[in-house]
Design a protein around this ligand. Structure first.
Ligand code: ZN
Length: 327
């Protein structure tokens, strides 16, 4: 190999290693100890006898329940959740469409091979896919950005992610979440820089852990004439096995950081891009059966929203304690 090529390959390997530093060899499950049990107990106390909070507790704190999303799960029946918020995509990898006076913003774009299905879902809701002006990515894995290149090519949609996750998307060898056609880099998002589009403002909060550049999004959800604040935590660690202990620690710090913003901004609507631990099927069933005066089941209140993510954090801290047991 010519020297220049060797140097280039070497650089690419270093770049790839930096990107993958958060992922290690799968960790074998470790037994509980006093510290891990204390965290599980704390999570249980926060959950109390709240049937909604039982969802994250059971998923993350009860051994054997946490799992990755099922990529073969059925697609969502596309649905309007709020006056300006729609759920589309897959039942285990959801995409949200936010409408503004200027057009549509998608939060994530789902899988590459589901892009056309996504277009049909939008049309079924009366949303014109040609009006999708931006796609904001919760993080740079193929199950979230996969469909975005299709929109870029067909509708001129601009794709936005953090600098760190643009690097991840463009890393020479990618892993995790499946591959996908890579979108070209249009917009770089960063915390402290609200994304404004027409009358819509989306506040990005950086939550590294699942990926170096994962984001949570805070935005308004219009509910029968009232404006509520919604939060989508876009970088949930569903299974801890593939992450290093340092990445898990960073993740719990990210949850704490996010909760400061969620408290300050009074987030009371809970949405997930992998809605497999937040009772979304029950909420959808309730919404479909709701009478006009009934409360929207996606509005859970700020207190329960903060509790939910504190439960997730306690369960992750239990895993860290298991790994760090001295005996
Ligand atoms: Zn994912």
């Amino acid at each position: 190999m010519p020297k220049k090529v060797i140097a280039a390959v070497h650089f690419m390997l270093i770049a790839a290693a930096a990107v993958y530093a958060q992922r290690g060899a799968p960790q074998a499950p470790k037994p509980d100890n006093a510290q891990s049990l204390a965290h599980i107990d704390a999570a249980k106390k926060i959950a109390g006898n709240d049937s909604f909070l039982a969802n994250p507790y059971n998923f993350f704190c009860v051994a054997g329940n946490a799992r990755a999303q099922n990529n073969n799960a059925p697609d969502l029946d596309p649905i309007k959740l709020f006056d300006n918020v729609y759920a589309v995509g897959n039942s285990e990898t959801a995409v949200y469409a936010l409408t503004s006076a200027e057009g549509i913003v998608l939060l994530d774009a789902g899988f590459e091979n589901k892009a056309e299905a996504l277009v049909l879902q939008l049309q079924k809701l009366g949303l014109d896919p040609a009006k999708v002006k931006f796609i904001l990515l919760g993080h740079g894995h193929g199950d979230h950005f996969g469909g975005s290149k299709y929109f870029q090519d067909k509708y001129g949609t601009k794709v936005a992610a953090t600098a760190a996750d643009w690097d991840l998307i463009n890393a020479p060898a990618r892993g995790g979440g499946g591959g996908g056609a890579k979108p070209s880099k249009d917009v770089t998002l960063a915390e402290g820089q609200p994304f404004k589009f027409g009358d819509l403002t989306i506040t990005p909060i950086e939550i590294p852990g699942h990926t170096p550049g994962s984001l949570a999004f805070i935005f308004p959800a219009k509910d029968k004439g009232m404006t509520r604040t919604a939060g989508l935590f876009g970088g949930t660690v569903l299974t801890t096995g593939i992450l290093t202990t340092d990445a898990l620690k960073q993740y719990t710090q990210s949850i704490a950081h996010y909760l400061e913003a969620a408290k300050k901004m009074n987030v009371e609507v809970e949405l997930q891009n992998h809605p497999i631990f937040d009772g979304m099927p029950e909420k959808l069933a309730k919404l479909k059966g709701a009478k006009p005066a009934d409360p929207n089941p996606f509005v859970i209140g700020n207190d329960r929203y903060l509790k939910m993510w504190n439960i997730v954090s306690e369960c992750i801290q239990a895993e860290i304690a298991r790994r760090e047991a001295s005996n």
